[in-house]
Design a binder for this molecule. Sequence first.
Ligand code: PGA
Length: 256
Amino acid sequence: MKKLIIGNWKMYPSKLKDAQEKFKAIKKIAGTFRNVQTVVCPPLVYISELKKLTTGYRCVLGSQNAWFEKEGAFTGEVSLSMLASIGVQYVIVGHSERRAMGETDELVNKKVLAGIKEKMTVVLCVGERERDQDGEYMRFISEQIKDALHGVQKKELKQIVIAYEPIWAIGKHADHPASIDDALEVTILIKKTLADMFGKDGAIISILYGGSVDAKNAWEFLLKSQVDGLLVGRASLDPKVFGEILESAEKIKPSK
Ligand code: PGA
């Protein structure tokens, strides 16, 4: 299977022109890699414009969020159905920055189910705020997954990707990046949780790591923490650095 590398641009950059330039540069590099599926998730307002620049399947667009109802009186929201109708294939759901704004496990679950219905690939983010000695964070992550995937059918699992993003390792205020072992431990936990929920069918779900990924550590995360890809924040806004991350992924032999 191809490595899945997703760039989460968050609320950057502030000008369409910059977004177009960054996307063009990323697309150019990504287009040369056959072992990597690249997904760029720009601010929602740029999606239609950047969509005009896409050609082929190696570099596609995703959304950082969306609402689960098809349409209705939800001022300021954009629905999964609308995104699907313009050809957006990926959606990030339950990012910790959205959870911090009040998104509950129940709402995350509704978005997961709606994304599946729209035939999109749902990138579900999970991760603990901090680690404790007693391993409570492991139970927390497991519960997040169980709540988010409640009601998902086995045949729909190929539309799910889980991104492990420890909150303490995300963004420029991160305490410190997660170690390879931190990521590996949780990849194994996620696999076990999925096996408990779905038996061997759970293994079809791709697992990503995210949190302070850069051009230096990407290769090690991909090689040593049993992940199928990466969710990249800051480093995805610099086409050169993001290109280096894609190149690391390209060099690793496809698995599965
Ligand atoms: P970061 O963000 O790579 O800037 O730490 C990752 C994310 O929030 O998805």
